[in-house]
Design a protein around this ligand. Structure first.
Ligand code: MN
Length: 235
């Protein structure tokens, strides 16, 4: 049965709904619970330390999930049956009393669920596929220039937020920053790679040296995952 709200969501999201259907997290429909890390908490050492990983995942991400579920349960329990992508895209249709909570915590849950899969331990990171490599060269000349531009975008994100490589509406690669837990998906862009630049992502090991964290993070990019997202996004 198609509800009025369901129809409204479909209209609002337009073609994006179809694009996102192919773009599931870790190959599974993301539900409203904390996903397991795809590696041990110390799996990204020495670049990302185990203590940061366990606090980031077990406390910060968990809080986003708990607060998202609490808000939706109170005011829009039917939304707990939607894919998280639709919640993130359509949050402005929610009652005003929970809109900000869902924007922040739904975005937090979505962003972090992606983020864990976009990193991998040494030996499991892979490298850009031929098609992704060509797209990177078309947009940034080469991988080193891409890293420079990506780092500049992430360093330049004022305060808390994220730096992203996305596929834009013209099916081209570009870089965007989002504040807080906002996500490119809400703006109709498809995230391919994202770095969390909230201080909770790096402060224990890198303190105020965000640029050093980003340089270290380049060593744990899960290119296999980025290839998969890129391939799904352009097909
Ligand atoms: Mn975070």
């Amino acid at each position: 049965m198609i509800t009025r709200r369901g129809m409204m969501c479909g209209v609002a999201a337009g073609g994006l709904t179809l694009a996102l259907a192919r773009f599931s997290l870790a190959g599974n429909r993301l539900d409203f619970s904390l996903p397991e890390l795809p590696y041990a908490a110390d799996g990204l050492e020495p670049f990302i330390d185990a203590e940061t990983m366990s606090i980031h995942h077990g406390r910060h991400h968990k809080a986003y999930v708990d607060n998202l579920v609490k808000a939706l349960t109170a005011e829009a329990p039917d939304w707990l049956n939607k894919p998280i992508e639709e919640v993130v895209v359509n949050y402005q249709q929610l009652p005003e009393s929970i809109r900000t909570a869902v924007r922040n915590n739904g975005g937090g849950h979505y962003n972090h669920s992606l983020f864990w899969t976009m990193m991998a331990p040494a030996g499991h990171t892979g490298s850009p596929s031929d098609e992704l490599q060509r797209a990177i060269e078309a947009a940034f000349e080469n991988i080193d220039e891409f890293k420079k531009a990506f780092a500049a975008k992430a360093v330049g994100q004022f305060g808390s937020g994220w730096g992203w490589l996305v596929l834009d509406r013209d099916k081209k690669l570009s870089l965007v920053g989002t504040p807080n837990q906002d996500n490119p998906v809400t703006d109709g862009l498809i995230p391919l790679l994202g770095i969390d630049v909230w201080e909770h992502a790096y402060y224990l090991k890198y303190q105020n040296k965000r640029a050093d964290y980003i340089q270290a993070w380049f060593n744990v990019i899960n290119w296999n995952r980025v290839n998969e997202l890129y391939s799904a996004a352009i097909s």
